[in-house]
Every structure is written in C-alpha cells, then in structure tokens.
Design a protein around this ligand. Structure first.
Ligand SMILES: [Zn+2]
Length: 88
C-alpha cells in the first residue's frame, strides 16, 4: 500500500520507496508483529489504527485514504476480499 502511495505522491521509482515511507513501512510491520489481535484478523482498520501512535496514525490514514479506492485497480482480489471482511 505504502509503495503505491509513494510511487504516486513522491514519484519514487518502481519497487522503490523514499526514506520517510520506508520508515513508515518499518513502523507498521513492527506494530503488526506486536499486535495483540494478530490472530483475530476481523478487520485491520479497527485493529491496526488503534495501536499506532497518533502521528503515525495520521500518516497511515493518509496512505489508506489515497490507496484505498485505488486498490481496486492494483489488486482487485485483495481489495474485494478486504471489503467483504469489513462488511462482516
Ligand atoms: Zn514516499
């Protein structure tokens, strides 16, 4: 997700991310590792956002807001599955 965002907004090359975005990915994956609800993947929106620090939360939100609707074009199956999960 961050990679798509970075490529469109920060104009980084294919398969590359800029420094701040790399940091964000790093932060997000570390958070996910420590997430207490890791085995209870009902909705990553509900879960993830609540364990992020406020500033990071805003960054992640900006990414989600940008990439969310575009996921349909990049990863149709992932996006649709995600939507179905959210509706449960
Ligand atoms: Zn970037």
């Amino acid at each position: 997700m961050v990679m798509i965002y970075c490529r469109s907004i920060h104009h980084s090359g294919k398969g590359e991310v800029c420094g701040p975005c790399e940091e964000l990915i790093d932060y997000a994956s570390k958070r996910l590792e420590r997430c207490p609800k890791q085995n209870d993947k009902s909705s990553c929106r509900i879960c993830e956002i609540h364990c992020y620090a406020p500033q990071r939360k805003e960054e992640i939100r900006a990414v989600m807001r940008y990439v969310g609707p575009r996921m349909i074009f990049y990863h149709p199956i992932t996006a649709i599955r995600h939507l179905i999960d959210e509706l449960r």
